[in-house]
Design a protein around this ligand. Structure first.
Ligand code: NDP
Length: 331
């Protein structure tokens, strides 16, 4: 028997509840690879899955945890053998399939990536889904011409998971990072990650009907959408790109006009880490090992255990988590 954070739904009231329970390997869903999980993390989607689910969780009871790192215990697939260190992010694990908030998980071999050289399992999860997404966003901006020296690069939702990793990577690559946050008390934290300056979230809070504003940003990693993305698009320099990764501030782009796309050739690049093919994942993980300083990564980490998860799941939905929460499932 081993520990797992189980979320269940009361058939009568429809209310969900989460608690650490003892389960066995026989309870796990069928798949090729059994992994002894070492670390998982708390992402925005985990907050949704620990709570009412919002359509993400298909069947209850459910084990959330959209990412994990650990050691293969058994495998019926030739690509993996017992003792191999592996990482999993995405593929709707922790949503449609039981995930990483347990001491063991059974998943498809296709969903795994070998632990990248230069990272241990804890560091890989300090990066996790949020960090992989941040790297994919930076790579997409580079593929569309971003290079140091073109001007300041904006990161929105900067004190959150994706924003923290994006800030550290961009700064390490030599970009002048402007970090947008609604939490002024996180200024020292964000500057420690390499942000050149802090921009108050309020500066983007107002919807305007102006077709364009002054050209300021050479690139942007946006975790927020909503009113903020509408404003940011109008401030992008000619021919630059925004990598849109999330919607912490709303599911629409408020107040945006077509003008930035037509008159300034701005690109809006959508980034999805969930269904990324294996080759892209490997490339992104290799870049993370190279371009994300480990001391900066360590500064982002808040440690947690399985029993902390109900509280942390609620906190992340309120935008109150800083950086990356790393869950030691064996603690
Ligand atoms: P976090 O909660 O860690 O960070 C989000 C940050 O956004 C907060 O810390 C806060 O930053 C800011 N924020 C929160 N609410 C608002 C608001 N109402 N208005 C403006 N800013 C707000 O989440 P993650 O970084 O893990 O994820 C961010 C988004 O990206 C989520 O929507 C998530 O679902 C999505 N995501 C998408 C992925 C993909 O593959 N495309 C992968 C991972 C995440 P601050 O306090 O600094 O202002």
């Amino acid at each position: 028997m081993f520990n797992a954070l189980m979320v269940d739904k009361d058939a009568e009231s429809g209310k969900t509840s989460a608690a650490v329970k003892q389960i066995s390997v026989d309870d796990l869903p069928e798949a090729e690879v059994l992994v002894a999980v070492e670390y998982s993390t708390v992402n925005y989607k985990d907050g949704l899955c620990i709570g009412p689910g919002g359509g993400l969780v298909r069947n209850y009871p459910h084990v959330p945890g959209i990412d994990f790192a650990g050691t293969v215990e058994a495998s019926s697939d030739d690509r993996y053998k017992p003792g191999d260190k592996v990482v999993l992010t995405g593929w709707r694990v922790g949503e449609a399939h039981w995930g990483g908030y347990a001491q063991k998980a059974r998943v498809k071999a296709d969903w795994l990536v070998p632990l990248p050289d230069g990272l241990d399992t804890r560091q890989a999860m300090a990066v996790g889904t949020a960090g992989l997404t941040a790297m994919l966003a930076v790579m997409a901006l580079e593929d569309h011409g971003l290079e140091p020296g073109r001007g300041p690069v904006l990161v929105t939702g900067a004190a959150g998971g994706v924003g923290s990793v994006a800030t550290a990577i961009l700064a390490h690559l030599g970009h002048e990072v402007a970090a947008v946050t609604g939490r002024p008390e996180q200024e020292a934290y964000l500057k420690g990650l390499g942000a050149a300056r802090i921009v108050a979230r309020d500066e983007f809070a107002e919807v305007t009907r102006k077709p364009l504003e002054s050209e300021v940003w050479a690139g942007c990693v946006d975790a927020v959408a909503g009113v903020m993305l509408g404003r940011v698009l109008k401030q992008m320099k000619y021919g630059t790109s925004v990598a849109a990764i999330g919607l912490a501030g709303g599911a629409a782009i408020e107040g945006a006009l077509i003008t930035p796309f037509i008159l300034r050739g701005v690109n809006l690049l959508g980034i999805d880490s969930v269904m990324q093919p294996f080759a892209n994942r490997e490339r992104a993980w290799a870049r993370i090992a190279r371009d994300l300083p480990m001391d900066k990564l360590e500064a982002m980490v808040e440690p947690a255990t399985l029993s902390d998860l109900p509280r942390l799941g609620a906190d992340i939905l309120k935008g109150q988590v800083r950086g990356r929460v790393v869950v030691d499932v064996n603690a």
